[in-house]
Design a binder for this molecule. Structure first.
Ligand SMILES: C[S@@+](CC[C@H](N)C(=O)[O-])C[C@H]1O[C@@H](n2cnc3c(N)ncnc32)[C@H](O)[C@@H]1O
Length: 262
């Protein structure tokens, strides 16, 4: 498998974009940054966090930065708010001067960048003294049930899938390492907090079809399989999910949120 693919905002949304939006709303309530703030959304993707900031935090401005031109374009097209701007750029070298922002945040991004310590150092650099730096990542090893169940099914059929499992690939996505990452960047009053959101799927298709969009590690693996292996994986997963009497699938997702003061 090659690098993680982030090329189609339309395919990302039904996979985890729709659930990241729910986490973003809870995350911002927990951050409790005041109105009129200048925000930066690092790895903004299709705009899940920026949209929540616009809706909930009455910001002066939000700048979204993402490495994917296609995702930045998706965010621009879906959030035509004069307070929001989206640029293509790297989390490792943010295109922003020192101490310009009151709040610097990133949803589901720190485990995907090549150097998370460098990314958090950059988030801290562009935050003003007294400003807030915050992020969240999925609890891949446990409470992000959709992705957990996907990799458990994949590993039961294919030993190669064990190395690709995001629970194994991303040891950062646990409370201790997240806390160390933020304190290591010189941030103060660092706290980690679980955010749990329900992820109810209408039916099995609603759960499975987004894996065929190829965005990110698990869908990337699903589309890399030959048709017969993919069908085998689909059926393995189908019979192991919990179903309510109406055919819907009641899963939940946990993210670990982390915050620190500059
Ligand atoms: C799982 S998506 C999260 C998107 C969005 N924040 C959300 O919560 O839905 C990961 C995002 O990180 C971006 N990304 C990955 N590596 C990056 C880097 N080095 N610099 C900036 N963005 C990066 C990808 O392009 C993708 O949009």
């Amino acid at each position: 498998m090659g690098p993680d693919v982030w090329a189609s905002g339309a395919a990302y949304e039904p996979y985890v974009g729709r659930w990241s939006r729910k986490v973003a709303a809870e995350f911002l309530r927990w951050l409790a940054v005041g109105r009129g703030a200048r925000w930066v959304d690092v790895g903004c993707g299709t705009g899940a966090v920026t949209e929540a900031v616009l809706r909930q935090a009455d910001p002066a401005a939000v700048l979204g930065v993402d490495a994917s031109a296609a995702y930045a374009e998706h965010a621009r097209a879906h959030l035509p708010d004069p307070r929001a701007r989206f640029v293509v750029g790297s989390a490792g070298a943010l295109p922003i001067g020192d101490a310009r922002a009151d709040a610097v945040v990133g949803g589901l991004v720190l485990n995907f960048v090549p150097d998370a310590a460098q990314a958090v150092a950059e988030m801290a650099r562009v935050a003003r003294p007294g400003g807030t730096v915050g992020a969240y990542v999925w609890d891949y090893a446990g409470g992000m049930q959709l992705i957990r169940r996907f990799w458990d099914a994949a590993a039961a059929l294919d030993p190669r899938a064990r190395e690709l499992d995001e629970g194994a690939r991303f040891p950062l996505c646990r409370p201790g390492p997240l806390r160390s990452l933020f304190t290591g960047a010189g941030l103060v009053d660092v706290r980690v907090h679980p955010v749990d959101v329900p992820t109810r799927f209408r039916d099995f298709d609603d759960c499975w079809t987004p894996f065929l969009g190829g965005q990110g590690p698990a869908p990337g693996y699903a589309v890399s399989l030959a048709e017969d292996r993919r069908s085998e994986l689909r059926e393995h997963l189908r019979v192991r999910l919990p179903y309510d009497p109406d055919g819907s699938i009641p899963l939940s997702a946990r993210a670990w949120a982390v915050r620190g003061g500059r």
